[in-house]
Design a protein around this ligand. Structure first.
Ligand code: IZC
Ligand code: ZN
Length: 414
C-alpha cells in the first residue's frame, strides 16, 4: 500500500489521547489550521504538522489535496443493531395511536417481531440488508461500527447473526465490532421458563460464542419487563468469566438499577441512560464506564433526553451513537445524531466531536488504535464539505462527508 500525504487541510480538528476523555477534557480539541498529515505503508499516521508540508520523494506518497476543508477522525458508531430481518413500520402507526414501546413488546411485537423475521431470513438475506446499511453509513463518514446480535434468541440464529457480522467485517472497509446480545428479550418459547433461558445463555451459549471468537462484548437489555438488574448481573458476570466484556442497555425507559451495576462490573459502556439517576452517574464514574448516549432514539420515542451535562460534570466520558435498529431508531445518520446531541444534550461541537470519535472508540475498547488523529493511530478520517467544526452540527440532516479515508485509503467519495 502506498503511503498517504494529505495536505492543504483548512482545519484539522481532533481529540487527543489513547483513552476516553472525561469532564472538561471532553471539550478539548486540537485545532490545526493549514495542516498536513502523513501515513506509513500500513495506513498508520506517522506525522501531523502545520504550514508547508515536507518534501517527499516523487511517487513515494499518494498525495491528496484537502482543498482547505475540515478534516476530523472517522466517525465511530458504537451502538447498532445492524443485523436484522424485516422492518417494523406497522409499529409506527401503533405508536402514533398511543401504544408505547413496552406495550408493543409485551404483546409479542417489537423485538419479538424482529426475532421472527430474523429467524426466517437466510444468511444471504441478512447480509444483503446489512450491506445496504453499511454502504449508507460509510457515505456518512462512519469508519468503525459496533454490531449486536440479539434478534435470534436461540443458539442457531444468534450464531447466524454473529457469522454475518464477521463476514461483513471482512467484506466492507468499515471495521465491525461484534457484541453478543442474547439477553435482548426472553423469546416466546421460554416465556414460561425464563430461568432455563438464562441458564442456557450463561452456561452454554456464552461459552460457545467466546470459544469461537464470535463476539468481544456481552450486552443485556436491562429494562422493566425484559431483564432485571439481578439477571443482568448474572449474565454479564458469565460473559466476563469467558472473556466477553460487559456492556449494558440501561435506563432507557425505566430506571431499574442497571446503570448502578456498572461500578462493580467495571462495564466498558452503559447505553441509553435516558432516565439515569444520580446513583447511576456515580456508578459509571467509579467503574470507568463510558456513557453511550443515543439521542435519535429519544427523538424517535418522543421521550426525554439523557442528562449528558450532569455526566460530563461528574467526570463520566460521554459517547454518542445511532442505535440503528428496526424499532426505536430506524435511522443510521450519525451526523443527525451529532446535531441532536448538541441541541438536546447541550454538548458543544467540541464535546460532540469527542463523543463520536475518541469516546466512541473507548466504548468499544479501541481508543488505542482509532478515534483521534495522531501518530500511531490508524488513518481513519473524513474530509468534510465544511470549513469549520460548528458547521457539522449546524446543518440539519444533510450528508456533509466529502471523502472518507480508512487506513490511509479512500473508501468513499461523495
Ligand atoms: O429492536 O427495539 N431498545 N432494543 C432495546 C431495541 C431498543 C431495539 C429494538
Ligand atoms: Zn440498543
Amino acid at each position: 500500500m502506498r503511503k498517504l500525504l494529505l495536505h492543504n487541510i483548512g482545519l484539522l480538528a481532533t481529540p487527543q489521547g489513547f483513552a476516553a476523555r472525561a469532564g472538561a477534557s471532553q471539550g478539548e480539541i486540537l485545532k490545526l489550521e493549514n495542516a498536513w498529515l502523513m501515513t506509513d505503508e500500513n495506513g498508520r499516521i506517522t506525522e501531523i504538522g502545520r504550514g508547508a508540508c515536507p518534501e517527499t520523494e516523487p511517487g513515494a506518497y499518494r498525495v491528496i489535496d484537502a482543498d482547505g476543508r475540515l478534516v476530523t477522525p472517522g466517525l465511530i458508531d458504537a451502538h447498532t443493531h445492524l443485523i436484522f430481518g424485516g422492518w417494523r413500520q406497522n409499529e409506527f402507526g401503533l405508536k402514533l395511536h398511543g401504544a408505547t414501546y413496552l406495550e408493543i413488546l409485551a404483546a409479542g411485537g417489537g423485538i419479538l417481531s424482529t426475532v421472527r423475521s430474523t429467524r426466517a431470513a437466510s444468511e444471504e438475506e441478512l447480509k444483503a440488508q446489512a450491506s445496504g446499511a453499511l454502504k449508507e453509513m460509510l457515505s456518512f463518514g462512519v469508519t468503525t461500527c459496533e454490531a449486536k446480535s440479539g434478534y435470534g434468541l436461540d443458539r442457531g440464529t444468534e450464531l447466524k447473526q454473529l457469522r454475518v457480522i464477521r463476514e461483513l467485517d471482512r467484506e466492507w472497509p468499515i471495521d465491525l465490532v461484534p457484541t453478543y446480545l442474547g439477553a435482548h428479550a426472553v423469546p416466546a418459547e421460554w416465556k414460561e421458563d425464563r430461568e432455563e433461558y438464562i441458564r442456557r445463555l450463561t452456561e452454554e451459549w456464552i461459552p460457545e460464542i467466546a470459544r469461537e471468537g464470535l463476539a468481544e462484548f456481552c450486552d443485556v437489555f436491562c429494562e422493566k419487563g425484559v431483564f432485571t438488574a439481578e439477571e443482568s448481573r448474572r449474565i454479564l458476570e458469565a460473559g466476563k468469566r469467558h472473556g466477553l466484556l460487559p456492556k449494558i442497555h440501561a435506563d432507557e425507559i425505566e430506571a431499574i438499577g442497571g446503570t448502578e451495576l456498572t461500578a462493580e462490573l467495571k462495564a466498558v459502556s452503559a447505553e441509553h441512560l435516558i432516565v439515569c439517576r444520580e446513583s447511576g452517574i456515580e456508578a459509571m464514574a467509579k467503574g470507568g464506564t463510558v456513557a453511550c448516549l443515543l439521542p435519535m432514539t429519544s427523538f424517535y420515542l418522543g421521550s426525554t433526553y439523557a442528562p449528558a451535562r450532569q455526566m460530563i460534570d461528574a467526570g463520566v466520558p460521554v459517547a454518542v451513537a445511532s442505535d440503528y435498529n428496526p424499532g426505536s431508531c430506524p435511522g443510521l445518520n450519525l451526523q443527525l445524531a451529532m446535531t441532536v446531541a448538541c441541541l438536546k444534550y447541550r454538548l458543544t461541537p467540541e464535546e460532540m466531536l469527542t463523543a463520536v470519535t475518541l469516546n466512541a472508540a473507548a466504548a468499544i475498547r479501541r481508543a488505542d488504535r482509532i478515534g483521534s488523529l495522531e501518530p500511531g493511530k490508524q488513518a481513519d478520517l473524513v474530509i468534510w464539505k465544511a470549513r469549520d467544526l460548528d458547521y457539522l452540527p449546524y446543518r440539519l440532516g444533510s450528508n456533509l462527508a466529502y471523502f472518507v479515508i480508512k487506513n490511509g485509503e479512500v473508501v468513499c467519495a461523495n
